[in-house]
Design a binder for this molecule. Structure first.
Ligand SMILES: Nc1ncnc2c1ncn2[C@@H]1O[C@H](COP(=O)(O)OP(=O)(O)O)[C@@H](O)[C@H]1O
Ligand SMILES: [Mg+2]
Length: 359
């Protein structure tokens, strides 16, 4: 099989995508070496400007960004032409076609996790790992996710939506709307509707902090969510599968920061993840079954990580879903499957299988 791995991209999560792709590539190579039939692995990197290159970079060069400096990188693009079923590579002054059997879009955020690349791959009729266009789009936009999850019985944080245009035109009116919604309680959390890695998100405790928090979030997206602040443990469930998805055990984030912000996620080595073992089996199973309920409600395929809060009163509150969760060697998604006895290379194989065999 010709397997294409796409990584990088214009999104603010470019670096995270490179870290994830580096780990996925190592597992893919390991898995392919074990197979009797050799796979060809095609690495398609997208730089921060959005330019596409076919590269022979190593996992390490992808990890730290040196892949961009390789002098044998060649411009290459997935073509939407279904008959080509693959990519065109610009070689000197001619185009070469290369067939692709399956794509692993190891992309987080804009253009990668929001349905864009999935749309291109649908046109090209190339199978790909992960959720389709509508699910990706609905899951990337937290306000749309909330509306769809609203059809389930799973609890979510109370929230209100602010739009940039209205906020700029009538700031006082919008601030009053928030005050009324939360009855003057300013223990709130503010975040862009579509972003990731906690970029533009912040918690506030007083009225005075609100405008700054909104303006910070508005830098990332035209739509901002103001939520009741949930105090609780941050727990995550990995889901794998198409029509009969299975749930991992429950993982927990132990954030080094006040909340799980960008630095706590990727820079602070004091942040840790662990498998939850101190809750009753029934509670853990309830969380797992809620995760599957949400996965099905959003019509996910392949994989997703479903994130919750578990409050002191024992309430399970859905927070968000990630259709292409972090895949770095220390990320929760692969760790949760390792805990279940599924190694990185087996996980990648399963994901490819699920991509190819979806009806
Ligand atoms: N309503 C909330 N109450 C308290 N903390 C929150 C709330 N929403 C988000 N957070 C904190 O912010 C982090 C990032 O928010 P999240 O919704 O997961 O967005 P992202 O897509 O950036 O990961 C969460 O991991 C959590 O620590
Ligand atoms: Mg999150």
């Amino acid at each position: 099989m010709n397997i294409a791995l796409i990584f990088g991209g214009k999104s603010s999560e470019h670096e995270i995508s490179r870290m994830s792709a580096s780990a996925v590539l190592k597992w893919l190579v390991k898995g392919s070496n074990d197979d009797s039939e050799k796979n060809e692995i095609l690495k398609l990197g997208i730089d921060k400007e959005g330019r596409w290159f076919l590269t022979e970079a190593s996992p390490e060069e992808i990890f730290d960004g040196r892949w961009e400096d390789k002098n044998n990188n060649r411009p290459a693009y997935i073509t939407p032409d279904p008959l080509a079923h693959g990519m065109v590579i610009l070689d000197e002054d001619r185009f070469i076609y290369k067939k692709i059997d399956v794509v692993i879009p190891v992309l987080h955020g804009d253009h990668g996790e929001d349905g864009d690349i999935q749309g291109l791959l649908n046109m090209a009729e190339i199978p790909y790992v992960g959720c389709g266009v509508a699910t990706s789009a609905n899951s990337m936009d937290k306000s749309l996710t909330k509306k769809l999850v609203g059809y389930t019985k799973v609890r979510q944080a109370e929230y209100i939506e602010i739009r940039k245009k209205e906020y700029l035109e009538d700031k006082d009116g919008e601030l009053l709307r928030i005050k009324n919604k939360f009855k003057g309680n300013y223990n709130l959390f503010v975040k862009p509707s579509s972003a990731g890695s906690s970029i533009g998100a912040s918690g506030i405790k007083s009225e005075a902090e609100l405008p700054r928090a909104i303006e910070l979030a508005l830098k990332e997206d035209k739509k901002v969510l103001i939520e009741e602040k949930i105090v609780g443990r941050e727990i995550e469930v990995a889901i794998l599968g198409n029509d009969e998805p299975k749930a991992s055990e429950v993982g927990e984030i132990l954030s080094a920061g006040e909340f799980y912000d960008y630095d706590s996620k990727y820079k602070n080595p004091k942040s840790r993840t662990r498998i939850v073992s101190d809750l009753p089996r029934a509670t853990i199973d309830e969380i797992r079954s809620k995760a599957i309920e949400i996965y099905k409600a959003l019509e996910c395929r392949g994989l997703s990580r479903v994130d919750f809060f578990y409050t002191e009163d024992g309430e399970i509150v859905f927070n968000e879903i990630n259709t292409f969760p972090g895949f770095t060697s220390i990320s929760m998604y692969p760790l949760l499957w390792q805990d279940r006895g599924i190694s990185g290379e087996e996980l990648i194989k399963d994901l490819i299988e699920l991509a190819i065999n979806q009806e």
